[in-house]
Ligand binder design. Structure first.
Ligand code: GDP
Length: 481
């Protein structure tokens, strides 16, 4: 990855260097044209190629979206049970919800990238708990799948083993890889089904999805229903068919999720109201903002004192939090004021840090917007607060996040910041190294494909090694850098 961290005011125009299409109604989505005022870093400008492809995408989306004749035709084809014989103009990726908000945002961005790469149209099946979180991303059209009129019955809670997953259809010979059966005439090859599920959750049922030869089979399917909780973009780079195009779209691989998340996901006015109100009264007055995101998992819990010590040790190692007393440290000359924003389900670390800095008075403020005590993904009100906190974190100059947490990954990508990532206490053992500085602002793909032998075109392995590596916080994960 290239150097980052520039607070390039020149890039900070409201359309984010052309990333956002002009001409959308401001009032209907205030965050869209307002967020640039809050972000502190603009490390990467979108490439001209990305901008061209996004504008082309938007035009395609308008032609094919729900409400258009082409959409009606595609749904009719779906009812027929088989994919159209000829190349059709509108093919779709339908995003299905799976797991918490951070996971969902990452799988949305990944699915949208896949749609960009394959000339498909990206539609979201939004359940009631996510109904009012994100604005329409594309001008003059909708990305919402009209789930009630959609001829596939169960869209929510699909599970990781749907009987129409790509690999199970392949097993049942309902779909075939073209090159597997070169002797077969078109008459004997199965007609591809109208839709398949791509089961790309952490069990990665359809891991063969990441093989070029299977992409050729999947290409013939009009409707793909994507069930994933992963940021699978880095694994698309390992598919030879996509590598060149990804290279052109993103000259800096570190910018993939940063740019696509800022492009695609804009909080609705109800969420944006929470964000901006909180920001103005608590964070804006400070010279510098530090986001601290503490995510705890039952499988790796440690005593709160140990966790607190780990946070402080990380902060010392990476020089993040200001000194406890006025005597000063390298980061703080005594006149700058700092706001520390805590995002966590619990109030404990907020209370500890607040009393730690009590002596600093107005120089160091510690803030925590909510402490919800438990994850409640089925609740829209809960998700609004969670989304608001992801955005508040993303308006920080500097971030300290928790390992394995997609919530923290999204905040870092949006912020354009390489966070210090707390390492996980596997087997409840306090890690010897408290944290690692991320090599890039990219999320980790926590479950990349393993043990798959692809037969398609060979990928450029050297190039892959230069741009995709093991994650700081998970040895089995991979990320762009
Ligand atoms: P991950 O589990 O850390 O990878 O992140 P997810 O976002 O996928 O799932 C965790 C969910 O728990 C979030 O979406 C929130 O609903 C909730 N949650 C976790 N941490 C926080 C937090 O700091 N603030 C708020 N408001 N909610 C949180």
């Amino acid at each position: 990855g290239a150097a980052t961290g520039a607070t390039a005011a020149a890039n900070a125009d409201e359309l984010l260097g052309g990333l956002l299409a002009p001409g959308m109604d401001r009032g209907s989505c205030l965050s869209r044209y307002d967020s640039w005022r809050y972000y502190k870093h603009f490390p990467y400008a979108p490439s001209p190629h990305l901008l061209r492809r996004l504008r082309d995408y938007e035009a395609r989306h308008r032609r094919c979206a729900p409400g258009t004749p082409l959409y009606a035709k595609a749904v009719e084809q779906l009812r027929s049970g088989r994919s159209a014989d000829d190349t059709v103009e509108c093919n779709y990726v339908v995003w299905l919800p799976f797991d918490g908000l951070g996971n969902r945002m990452l799988s949305m961005v990944s699915g949208f990238l896949y749609a960009l790469l394959t000339d498909r149209v990206f539609l979201a099946a939004l359940p009631p708990d996510s109904d009012d979180l994100f604005c329409e991303p594309f001008p003059g059209t909708t990305w919402r799948l009209p789930a009630d009129d959609f001829p596939v019955a169960k869209l929510f809670g699909v599970g990781q083993h749907p009987d129409r997953s790509y690999s199970s259809l392949l097993d049942k010979k309902k779909i075939a890889v073209p090159e597997d059966d070169p002797a077969a005439s078109n008459a004997t090859a199965p007609v591809p089904p109208a839709y398949v599920y791509l089961s790309l959750g952490w069990l990665l049922t359809d891991r063969i999805f990441f093989c070029g030869e299977h992409q050729l089979a999947i290409k013939k399917v009009n409707w793909l229903l994507q069930y994933s909780d992963l940021y699978f973009a880095p694994s698309l780079y390992a598919v030879a068919e996509f590598q060149d195009e990804l290279r052109r779209l993103f000259p800096a691989k570190e910018s993939v999720s940063h740019l696509l998340t800022r492009y695609l996901l804009h909080p609705t006015n109800s969420v944006w109201g929470i964000v901006t109100t909180y920001y103005r009264s608590n964070l804006a007055p400070a010279d510098r903002r530090i986001g601290v995101q503490i995510r705890m998992y039952g499988h790796s819990s440690i005593p709160a004192d140990d966790m607190y010590n780990q946070i402080l040790a990380c902060s010392r190692q990476e020089r993040i939090l200001p000194a406890e007393t006025d005597s000063g440290d390298g980061n703080n000359n005594g006149t700058t004021t700092t706001a520390i924003l805590i995002a966590s389900l619990y109030a404990d670390y907020y209370k500890r840090l607040r009393s730690r800095y009590a002596a600093r008075g107005a120089a160091v403020g510690v803030f925590q917007p909510t402490h919800e005590e438990r994850q409640a993904t089925e609740s829209l009100v809960h998700n609004r607060k969670a989304l608001a906190e992801i955005y508040l974190l993303s308006f920080s100059e500097e971030l300290l996040t928790s390992g394995l947490s997609t919530f923290g990954y999204v905040a870092s990508s949006l912020a354009g910041v390489r966070p210090a990532i707390l390492l996980t206490a596997f087997d409840h053992k306090v890690p010897a190294t408290p944290c690692r500085r991320a090599v890039s602002m990219e999320p980790c793909n926590l479950t990349p494909p393993r043990d798959v032998e692809c037969r398609g075109e060979a990928v450029d392995k050297d190039d892959l090694a230069r741009h995709v590596r093991v994650c700081e916080d998970w040895k089995d994960g991979v990320k762009f850098f």
